[in-house]
Design a protein around this ligand. Structure first.
Ligand code: SF4
Ligand code: SF4
Ligand code: SF4
Length: 284
């Protein structure tokens, strides 16, 4: 589906209201359970602070980032639920040479492990740092949040949205945007007057409301233009990737031509067999 101009207003989207998040991390646990992801060795009070584990990985598709700050002399916490943004025009899909990523009409950007050749272009292209590599495996592929596509196809909400007691609402993107605008208008003192994901990266299926400025919570600053228009330009500016891109594309081209060559040979063989039967002589 990527590349087509599709209206994603009726596709499923997450409205994540960080002002209503309690930091319970039920979403993290539900994601692990549903996707059967293994636990990670983590340490409290390590690196950035209270979040656990310290970063998303092949075993952690979503995590709650903690930010402590002072308000009226009181210690307060603010949270940020990191996950794949399920971009309307995903950079990961645009750069994948074998079409392993696909933006579905239902909203999630899905990933086909059978197609992946492990080139890691998607990891470089994604402006949100979402796809992770299976470094622990002998033949690593890429892993990321699936948007719980199988649940959505079965008429359920994503596991994290189902588990969340307060902050995540899931529904058609247009309704989620309308609801976000309604909340900002009703409680302007509570919310930053901006919806993250409405326009970022050309619009995403995950949209956020916060009280604090986005950069203070760790949200990435990204362009409003859909990112595929920048992707190859950006990749060429990264020397290591330039070589990798060249090398991998050559490899891909070799595979493609090899496949075509084998197909042609097989067709010739079949034609010969047919002719041999009729002429009673060998042609190949
Ligand atoms: S956030 Fe990254 S991995 Fe997710 S759809 Fe967008 S470009 Fe792809
Ligand atoms: S949508 Fe599914 S895979 Fe993605 S973070 Fe939520 S539970 Fe995990
Ligand atoms: S389940 Fe909801 S309230 Fe709990 S940490 Fe996740 S987003 Fe926040």
């Amino acid at each position: 589906m990527s590349g087509e101009k599709t209206d994603f207003n009726s596709s499923g989207a997450f409205l994540i209201d960080m002002t209503k998040c309690t930091g319970c991390r039920g979403c993290q646990v539900a994601c692990k359970q549903w996707n059967q992801l293994k636990a990670e060795n983590t340490k409290f009070f390590n690196g950035e602070g209270y979040q656990n584990p310290p970063a998303m990985s092949e075993h952690t598709f979503t995590r709650i980032k903690f930010r402590d700050y002072q308000k009226n002399g009181q210690n307060e916490f603010a949270f940020y639920k990191e996950m794949c943004m399920h971009c309307n025009d995903p950079a990961c899909a645009s750069v994948c040479p074998v079409g392993a990523f696909n933006k579905t009409k239902e909203g999630p950007v899905v990933y086909d492990t059978k197609r992946c050749i492990g080139c890691r272009f998607c990891m470089v292209a994604c402006p949100f740092g979402v796809p992770k590599y299976e470094w622990s495996k002998a033949f690593p592929l890429v892993k990321k949040c699936t948007g719980c596509y199988s649940r959505i196809r079965a008429g359920h909400k994503p596991a994290c949205a189902t588990a969340c007691p307060s902050a995540i609402t899931y529904g058609p993107r247009a309704d989620m945007l309308k609801e976000a605008e309604r909340r900002i208008a009703a409680r302007p003192e509570r919310y930053l007057n901006k919806i993250y994901g409405k326009e970022e990266a050309g619009g995403t299926s995950v949209i956020y409301l916060t009280a604090l400025p986005f950069d203070e919570l760790g949200f990435k600053q990204v362009t409003k233009r859909p990112l595929p228009s920048y992707t190859w330009q950006a990749l060429r500016l990264v020397p290591g990737v330039f070589l990798t891109v060249g090398g991998s594309l050559s490899l891909l081209s070799w595979f493609t031509h090899r496949k075509d060559r084998l197909k042609k040979e097989e067709e010739q063989r079949q034609a010969c067999k047919h002719q041999t039967k009729e002429d009673h002589h060998d042609c190949c």
